[in-house]
Design a protein around this ligand. Structure first.
Ligand SMILES: *Cc1c(COP(=O)(O)O)cnc(C)c1O
Length: 397
């Protein structure tokens, strides 16, 4: 199952991964297998298949076909140390299934205060209703996480950099503390992907991605993944099967198509985002830029130590100014769409208000925030668009 310890570089693996001859049947991209019923040769064949581990065996449509297995396998191969991957109908369903796989009533969960809002909501909503307690922690806590662990703590969840505010976490230190106490570690690695942050090499047990973002890469499908080390695979698989989660073959094929160009896209997203972030830092009206690759971002030193490059999503803080001035900046942008999600080929800008989602820490800033997804347009064109936007902001601020 695992082919993740091959010596090739990640840029090669996104091209070659998951393209087993028995799955492609000789074409380049794995065909779309549409299936619910799988037909067996005989009763004996049917019984033998049902009794076996059906991961990567045709059994019933819900357990997947070569179309889903191929993408899952390609994602496993990107993550050195990984054993296997399952796909989910969205990033959120990957997060919630992974949490359900390792938590039971009475257990305690540690979640960063910077976590993606629907992840927070699942902890305070359904998990709380099931008798699972959550402590939110300062994402910059590092080794101090040990002080928040109780005998009931079963899962340490991390998201690095954090949603909206981009704090980089000390993942290797925190996974070492957790492992010494037998606590499972989960990481939402959507921003970096294994190409920029190989999480299992830093001690993570289960890595989660909203493949909706960089894997799909074209803003036209929803998809999630969870990848486990061998010791954590069984529980993840069982929870996923029990919940009956399934990804349609067309969406899996879109994910596989996106993956083939992910390395070159990420390179351009990263390069343009750093260039635009540095430019923004110099502009009147901008108080601060929250980009992990820039020194002002909390955890920038950890980013330099642990990451292999930058992605294209970051935020900036305006220097004072009203919500209306911020809206004027965003509304007039020609090249940045106004919309949720990110990771596609096109640029996006949204107003963000992190103070609404904080409980363990207090978010304080000089003014309103804007989050930018830097797409694959020419960076100079994007800068000109933002320049005109900042002029609109300053006229009203
Ligand atoms: C978007 C996102 C998710 C959820 O993914 P969906 O596919 O939209 O459900 C999870 N985590 C992070 C960090 C995200 O940005």
């Amino acid at each position: 199952m695992t082919e993740s310890d091959q010596p090739q570089s990640p840029a090669t693996r996104v091209v070659t991964g998951g393209r087993r001859a028995e799955w492609t049947g000789g074409v380049v991209n794995v065909p779309v297998w549409r299936a619910s019923t799988i037909l067996y040769d005989s009763v004996a064949h049917l019984r033998a298949t049902g009794a076996a581990d059906t991961h990567h065996t045709l059994f019933y449509g819900r357990r997947g076909t070569p179309t889903q297995w191929s993408l899952a396998d390609a994602l496993t191969q990107l993550e050195p140390g990984a054993f296997a991957t399952l796909l989910y109908p969205s990033g959120v369903s990957a997060v919630t299934t992974a949490l359900l796989a390792y938590l039971s009533p009475g257990d305690h969960l540690l979640l960063p205060d910077s976590a993606y809002d629907p992840t927070r909501h699942f902890a305070t909503g359904m998990l709380a209703r099931m008798g699972i307690a959550t402590t939110f922690y300062d994402p910059t806590i590092g080794a101090g996480i040990a002080d928040l662990m109780t005998p009931q703590t079963r899962v340490l969840f991390m998201e690095s950099p954090g949603s909206l505010t981009f704090e980089v976490q000390d993942v290797p230190t925190m996974t070492a503390v957790a492992r010494a106490r037998g606590i499972t570690t989960l990481l939402d690695n959507t921003w970096a992907t294994p190409l920029l942050f190989p999480a299992m090499a830093h001690g993570v047990d289960v890595t989660i991605m909203a493949c909706t973002k960089y894997v799909v890469g074209h803003s036209d499908a929803m998809l999630g993944s969870a990848t486990a080390v061998e010791s954590h695979w069984g529980r993840l698989r069982d929870a996923t099967y029990q919940l009956g989660l399934h990804v349609g073959p067309d969406d899996a094929a879109l994910g596989a198509r996106g993956l083939r160009t992910m390395a070159v896209r990420l390179k351009q997203h990263g390069e343009s985002s750093i260039r635009i972030a540095r430019w923004l830092e110099q502009q009147p009206g901008v108080a601060r830029v929250l980009h992990p690759a820039l020194p002002g971002c909390p955890g920038h030193d950890l980013f330099v130590r642990d990451f292999r490059g930058s992605a294209g999503l970051f935020a900036f803080v305006l220097d004072g100014g009203s919500d209306a001035a911020r809206s004027a900046l965003i509304d007039g942008l020609a090249l940045f769409g106004i919309g949720y999600s990110w990771g596609g080929f096109e640029s996006l800008a949204v107003p963000i208000d992190p103070q609404r989602y904080r409980t363990a820490t207090r978010w304080q800033a000089e003014g309103p925030l804007i989050r930018l997804q830097i797409g694959l347009e020419d960076a100079d064109d994007l800068i000109a668009d933002l320049d005109a936007g900042l002029a609109r902001f300053r006229a009203l601020a």
